[in-house]
Design a protein around this ligand. Structure first.
Ligand SMILES: [Zn+2]
Length: 271
């Protein structure tokens, strides 16, 4: 499942070939993904020029010169294929410029696209309730301190709450809590200010390291059938139940279930 670093890598990969280009042709190979394609999507995109790309949480943004923005979400299995040598069954939306073809490919179809007035992006329903970007200036120890005040839920669960921090998924919350030495079970309101001051850079480091790993694979996208969005990165605790802790080397990484999802942590290093 694509997380924020995969979406960021996808946006950067698309930007290389799509930014500044005019969209010459748009093909929809079915009527919907998770949701129906917006009415008039083909007409709205055809002839438009791409004037910039961006990302908000796990959503990619393709800004057009018609004061509109194509918002895409990759769902569980979505990815963009650049210059595929042949059409594939699950290429649901295909955008063509003078030089390239971009196919939004999603076998499970949990992904979707929407077309939004650029000036009203902040009011788009998913964005209107989102907290600050983890890599932006809005995330600070003070913000987390205020958001966690008096909250009894486990800190791990509140970090997954998109209203508190946007775009953080299970992998990176586990990794950041490990790096900051915070027990994922701790009631959020009881995490100390110094611990929160460690947590903010830990969140940024784990995301930026993964984006760097994704970026190092970008050169591969020049090849035919280049697929954006998925890459291998190294995790300290995620999916390492029973493995030796890489910090203390004495404990094994434990797994527990919180809110229906797995958490991996070291009980010795995380207090
Ligand atoms: Zn440890």
């Amino acid at each position: 499942m694509p997380e924020l670093p995969e979406v960021e890598t996808t946006v950067r990969g698309l930007a290389r070939h799509l930014d500044g280009e005019r969209i010459e042709r748009v093909t929809l190979n079915r009527a919907d993904m998770r949701f129906p394609f917006p009415d008039g999507l083909v007409q709205a995109l055809t002839g438009a020029r791409v004037i910039g790309l961006g990302r908000r949480a796990k959503y990619g943004l393709i800004h057009l010169d018609r004061e509109s923005t194509l918002v895409f979400h990759l769902g569980m299995s979505g990815l963009w294929r650049i210059d595929p040598t042949e059409a594939a069954k699950h290429d649901h939306l295909v955008i063509e410029t003078a030089g390239h073809r971009f196919a939004l490919h999603d076998p499970r179809r949990f992904g979707f696209v929407d077309l939004v007035d650029t000036a009203r992006l902040g009011a788009w329903p998913a964005f209107a309730v989102m907290g600050p970007e983890p890599l932006g200036p809005g995330l600070s120890a003070g913000h987390l301190h205020a958001a966690f005040a008096g909250r009894k839920q486990a800190v791990k669960l509140l970090l997954l709450d998109q209203r508190i921090v946007a775009g953080l998924g299970n992998i990176y919350v586990c990794e950041a809590l490990f790096r900051a030495g915070i027990d994922p079970r701790k009631p959020a309101g009881r995490v100390s200010r110094p611990a929160l001051a460690r947590l903010v850079p830990a969140i940024r480091e784990v995301l930026e390291q993964a984006i760097g790993d994704g970026g190092s694979t970008l050169r591969d996208y020049a090849r035919p059938d280049g697929e954006l969005g998925y890459f291998a990165t190294r995790f300290d605790v995620y999916d390492r139940e029973g493995g030796a802790c890489r910090r203390c080397d004495g404990q094994t990484v434990r797994r527990l279930v919180q809110g229906g999802r797995s958490t991996w942590f070291c009980a010795k290093c995380q207090k």
